[in-house]
Design a protein around this ligand. Structure first.
Ligand code: GLC
Length: 802
């Protein structure tokens, strides 16, 4: 079909796929959904059948979309043009390189030959494959999962290898989760790339060569998905359609969580709940760390310290508090212990390359590892939690699931040096299992990064099976692309210092930009020693984290909100109360995330994709579309520099002040003494808040106040349901705006959930005192606006402004 020196010499073109191949390499192109192309690069040895050539089917752990939209292909000289709905690809047959364009014909991504070599773009051999992409000047790269650094990762290099990084530092890489996906942004236009390879890989983002991104995988192929924008939200929508929409969590899991490695007895737990309630502090969840287990045997209780978990769960339920237990994958190798005996008998364990189960050391020692990458093992594991569900345990916290393994026998006691070789076991990277350990027919090197995903899936699906009337809550440390279907992710063992507080913001936004909306970091850091100021500042930032959990390491000073005395306790209470006021807005955003994949925490670039200042403001965030939050993340500060993107923004500090309106597109200095978290409300924004409570009950709110920043166009949304389960729901929309001297707002609602309130309050900010108000029961002047009370099923209000 083309010259002898071409990489791709043959083609097979079907209705929904194009396969190109030559002596060394093959490329298969498919369209799994609008605006998305799959370009699977493989060695040509992988192409099967001469008469109907195709690449063998592949099991993806991440991708759930199974659509195949029609493709059309046309050849012009050395180029094959492939087009599909919303995207097209131009492949150079000689070089095997391609250009990806969107529906408007904008060239978004370009693959290249590997730098400095006259080699095809994706040399493939048994051990490595490489992708080289153009990195045009000024293009920013966001996402890559749980990664350090600012939002734009240009100039950094990352490894995808889930790692128990202890203690993690602000420059540590890799960390616990690997999501080989990024969103590129140039001139306000976004596109995305997902490398569906669980194998260990490394990406160099224009560091080694400022004009290229180079991605190298230890696996034999490169399964690349290219996603069109043009807005970053469009890329995320397509990514969620591909890898699965986030699970909608129960409301209680959005309340405050308290945890500590070191709640050793039932009485410790009761004391924590008493500590909260006696000080009037909101709380929904207590986590039990590994202390509850019988000698670290997973799925057991130490009955001398936790004699009756079901009774404890009932007692706590009376205070509105739920219990979540930690579960680690390592199984104590201990004959007579049912979980171990069964796993062995059923051949469910990770094995040595030759011979029996691999034995290592984690908290249990010796320990073996269930092969949670296999579906039958996942199902078994998910069923092991039934007694926990029956005892009233509300959710499961999956830890050490990289999987962490401190040492592998026969080298017990000697941590395997990173990249080292251990007698008879081959290479081990970090504290985990050897590359050559066996997961059924697969090597550990291939499935290491999806072990935590498999464990979370087992947990999530097990909870759904054993408590079908509830929505599962699973928290995980290790993750891979697709984890959003099953679990929330927290950032592991952050230290109690301001540097890690600051680092949490771009990292959590980065996770959201990698498809994972339900995220949090330990407040106020896990290791080290926090002080009262750090606690307060971290809670002020953390009240906007989708997961708000206070957690502390064993042997470190206790960090519950009352451990630092006043004024910190009072300020911590205020932060918790703000969190509970925010719940209707947070719940609505989680629901939006579950429907679309668009995260709760967003970079400022969402509001201003073409504005470089917005991109670089990485210690600020957008909470949904309407609130801009700039928490203080440095010690001793009472003011901070804030970038406001274009538009008008009302000072809404602490979610209560109705302050001055600033024009954006510039920096402002916010007043932020210790009691203040700077927040702004976007002109046109309408956010529903409620009154603080000691714990959640239902997301059918009895009290709702809409905070509206008047503009020509205003819109807001509120999602409500019972807070758990799969029953009735309601979506309320408010729409309207300023028209001359009139400000009008209309409400419409869909869904079958009855209203739980009689009235609603609407605070319209940014308008002069109205001459008359139509549609309200009462009105009251507030600073820079008016507050009206309306019947809960109001239809329309109209303010005549003088
Ligand atoms: C790991 C977890 C931490 C937990 C500890 C003990 O370090 O990251 O959250 O407290 O193990 O289980």
């Amino acid at each position: 079909m083309t010259g002898a020196h071409s990489l791709l010499t043959d083609a097979s073109i079907g209705a929904t796929h194009v396969l190109l191949w030559g002596a060394r390499a093959a490329v298969e192109i498919r369209c799994p959904g609008p605006g998305v192309l799959r370009v699977r690069h493989a060695p040509s040895s992988a192409v099967t059948s001469f008469t109907h050539p195709e690449q063998p089917p592949k099991h993806s752990f991440a991708v759930v979309a199974d659509g195949a939209l029609p493709l059309s292909a046309r050849r012009e000289g050395d180029t094959l043009h492939v087009s599909a709905e919303g995207a097209s690809l131009e492949v150079s047959l000689a070089a095997g390189t391609w250009i990806f364009s969107d529906a408007e014909g904008r060239a978004l991504a370009r693959s290249e030959a590997v730098s400095g070599q006259v080699r095809p773009a994706f040399p493939v051999d048994e051990l490595r494959s490489r992708l080289s992409l153009a990195a045009p000047p000024g293009e920013a790269y966001l996402g890559f999962g749980e990664k350090v650094g600012p939002l734009d990762k240009r100039g950094l290099r990352f490894t995808f290898w889930n790692t128990d990084a202890f203690p993690p530092h602000v420059e540590s890489d890799p960390l616990y989760a690997s999501i080989p996906f990024f969103i590129a942004l140039r001139g306000g236009v976004a596109w995305g790339l997902f490398l569906d390879e669980p194998w260990r890989s490394e990406v160099d983002i224009a560091l080694n060569d400022p004009t290229r991104i180079e991605w190298e995988s230890r696996g034999p192929e490169l399964d690349v998905y290219l996603l069109a924008g043009p807005h970053p939200a469009d890329v995320l929508r397509r990514y969620a359609a591909l890898t699965g929409r986030p699970a909608m969590p129960p409301l209680w899991s959005l309340g405050a969580h308290q945890s500590r490695w070191g709640y050793e007895t039932e009485d410790d737990v009761r004391g924590v709940v008493r500590g909260y309630r006696s000080r009037g502090l909101p709380l929904d969840v207590v986590h039990l760390d590994i202390d509850y287990m019988d000698a670290y045997r997973v799925w057991t209780w130490d009955r001398s310290r936790f004699p009756d978990p079901a009774r404890l769960a009932r007692e706590l339920a009376a205070e509105g508090v739920k219990l979540v237990t930690i579960v680690d994958p390592g199984i104590k190798a201990d004959e007579g212990y049912a979980v171990y005996d069964e796993a062995r008998a059923r051949d469910y364990l990770v094995r040595l390359p030759r011979g029996g189960p691999l034995v290592g050391e984690v908290w249990p020692d010796p320990a073996v590892f269930p092969d949670l990458t296999r579906e039958e093992v996942q199902r078994w594991w998910g069923d092991l939690q039934k007694p926990f569900v029956d005892a009233g345990i509300a959710g499961i916290w999956n830890d050490m699931n990289e999987p962490a393994c401190f040492s592998v026998r026969p080298d017990r006691g000697l941590p395997a040096p990173s990249g080292g070789r251990t007698a008879g076991l081959g290479a081990i990277e970090g504290s985990t299992l050897p590359d050559d350990a066996r997961h059924g027919a697969r090597r550990h090197l291939e499935v290491h990064n999806v072990y935590g995903l498999g464990m979370s899936r087992a947990t999530h699906e097990g909870l759904a099976r054993h408590a079908p009337e509830r929505r599962p809550f699973v928290l995980t440390r290790a993750a891979f692309a697709g984890i959003q279907r099953y679990a929330a992710v927290w950032t592991g063992d952050f230290a109690s210092n301001f540097t890690h507080l600051e680092a949490s913001i771009p990292m959590l936004i980065g996770l959201g930009l990698s498809g994972v909306p339900f995220v949090g970091a330990d407040i106020p850091g896990f290791t080290g020693r926090a002080n009262g100021e750090l606690l307060v500042r971290w809670m002020q930032a953390g009240l906007f984290y989708p997961l708000m959990r206070n957690h502390a390491a064993r042997g470190r000073p206790a960090q519950e909100p009352w451990r630092f005395g006043e004024p910190y306790l009072g300020l911590a209470r205020a932060a918790l109360e703000r969190r509970y006021r925010l719940l209707p807005a947070l719940y609505t955003l989680m629901h939006e995330a579950a429907e679309t994949g668009i995260p709760v925490l967003r970079p400022l670039s969402f509001a201003a994709p073409g504005d470089p200042e917005a991109l670089h403001a990485f210690d600020q965030l957008l909470f949904g579309g309407d609130l801009l939050v700039a928490p203080v993340v440095r010690p001793g500060q009472s003011k901070r520099l804030v970038y406001l993107p274009a538009g008008a923004w009302m000072d809404f500090a602490n979610l209560e002040r109705a302050g001055s309106v600033e024009q954006g597109g510039r920096h402002v200095i916010a007043d932020a003494p210790l009691g203040v978290v700077p927040v702004w409300l976007r002109a046109g924004g309408a956010v529903a808040l409620t009154a603080p409570r000691m714990h959640t009950t239902s997301a059918s709110w009895e009290e709702i106040t809409w905070h509206v920043h008047a503009a020509e166009r205003v819109s807001g949304r509120l999602y409500e349901d019972e807070g758990d389960g799969h029953g009735a729901s309601r979506v309320t929309r408010v729409e309207g705006g300023l028209d001359g001297a009139t400000f009008a707002l209309e409400r419409s609602a869909t869904g079958d959930l009855p209203l739980a309130r009689e009235v609603e309050t609407i605070r319209v900010h940014g308008v002069p005192a109205p001459r008359s108000v139509v549609g309200a029961r009462s009105r009251r002047a507030i600073d820079g606006g008016v507050e009206v009370e309306v019947a809960a099923d109001w239809q329309r209000i109209e303010l005549q402004l003088s």
